[in-house]
Design a protein around this ligand. Structure first.
Ligand SMILES: [Zn+2]
Length: 153
């Protein structure tokens, strides 16, 4: 974790305190997902739960547009770095599917985002999966998307 408390870590701290204080944590009702970007399926579920609590507490916006297409309502959120789960980003189902397909078809992904009015974080995403060590390093940066962008240099 970075030395300085960042906005996302402040939200996560509030969520942790709320959970310790008895805030209801929703149940994950699906099979354990595969690992992603160095985070295990169990860590992804834990992150999903914290994000759900944050949304219930209005610490994250509930209803916003997808930050990739900016057309459809965001009915989900994309978490790139699960050890910084509150850096999750609002996204629609269609764009979320494409984000997760990008490792298999990177050139298709890059062509797609070129046509989109996407937020800066979208362009920071790597087209290969991070190792656990890389993910943990990115998670220690104040701005995880800036850290991802730096990995492209
Ligand atoms: Zn979208």
């Amino acid at each position: 974790m970075p030395e300085k408390i960042t906005p996302d870590l402040l939200i996560e701290r509030k969520v942790d305190h709320a959970i310790e204080g008895g805030e209801r944590v929703p149940r994950w009702g699906w099979p354990t997902p595969r690992s992603y970007n160095g985070a295990t399926g169990e860590e992804r579920i834990a992150g999903w739960k914290k994000v759900a609590v944050a949304r219930n507490l209005d610490l994250l916006p509930r209803s916003v547009k997808c930050e990739v297409c900016r057309v459809r309502d965001a009915n989900g959120s994309h978490t790139e770095i699960y050890h910084r789960c509150m850096t999750t980003k609002p996204i629609c189902r269609s764009c979320h599917f494409k984000v997760h397909k990008r490792f298999q078809k990177p050139e298709r992904w890059l062509a797609f985002i070129e046509t989109m009015p996407a937020a800066d974080w979208v362009y920071a995403l790597l087209t290969r999966e991070l190792s656990r060590a890389e993910m943990l390093k990115v998670a220690r940066a104040p701005d995880v998307f800036a850290a991802l962008q730096m990995m492209k240099l």
